[in-house]
Design a protein around this ligand. Structure first.
Ligand code: XMP
Ligand code: MG
Length: 177
């Protein structure tokens, strides 16, 4: 019988080591700045919680949630926000935090939208990047891990709302049960 199996791709210790390195770069780049960290719900919530606690400068946090139409996204640059930030971003040093960069549609749309609000600066930090899946050109400023084209879950990432609680990132695939 076929079922879904998982296999560890990134153990918790490796993730934490990399989160600490990302935080060190962010600390260096944002010292003296007015850092507003905006997480993309829901997938980024665990990554963002770990990240802001190791960044060595004060930050404020907020979240956005992007509407998804089933599993499909609308065309490039035309995302729909279903929960916007509460904080005005104008004049702030905005760092968008996302779990995974895949086709690039979500982040390119979100970045275009946020730029129209005139932040003082805008950068993007992703835990995972699947460069082989890109449909629109997009490069994140901070990337945790570049990974192959596999569907991954855990550390905040889900499949139909399941598996977010895994401490590690796991590959989800069909297996003979
Ligand atoms: P883009 O617009 O770059 O969207 O295609 C990135 C969003 O797609 C979801 N996504 C995944 N979610 N495991 C997941 O749990 C994956 O392997 C995966 N690949 C893409 C995710 O919601 C991300 O925000
Ligand atoms: Mg997501």
């Amino acid at each position: 019988m076929k079922g879904l199996g998982t296999e560890v791709l990134l153990p918790k210790e490796e993730i934490m080591r990399r989160v600490t390195e990302l935080a060190a770069s962010i600390t260096k780049d944002y010292t003296g700045k007015d850092l507003l960290v905006v997480g993309v719900l829901k997938g980024s919530f665990i990554f963002m919680a770990d990240l802001i606690r190791v960044i060595q400068i004060p930050s404020t946090v907020d979240f956005v949630r992007i509407a998804s139409y089933g599993r499909k996204k609308v065309s490039a640059g035309r995302i729909v926000i279903d929960k916007d930030v509460d904080t005005p971003v104008t004049g702030r040093d905005l760092l968008i935090v996302e779990d995974i960069l895949d086709t690039g549609l979500t982040l390119s749309g979100l970045v275009d939208m946020m730029k129209q609000r005139n932040p003082a600066s805008l950068k993007v930090c992703v835990l995972l990047d699947k460069p082989s899946r890109r449909l629109v050109p997009f490069t994140a400023d901070y990337v945790g891990f570049s990974i192959p084209d596999e569907f991954v879950v855990g550390y905040g990432l889900d499949c139909d709302e399941k598996y977010r609680y895994f401490p590690e990132v796991r590959i989800l695939r069909e297996s003979e049960a």
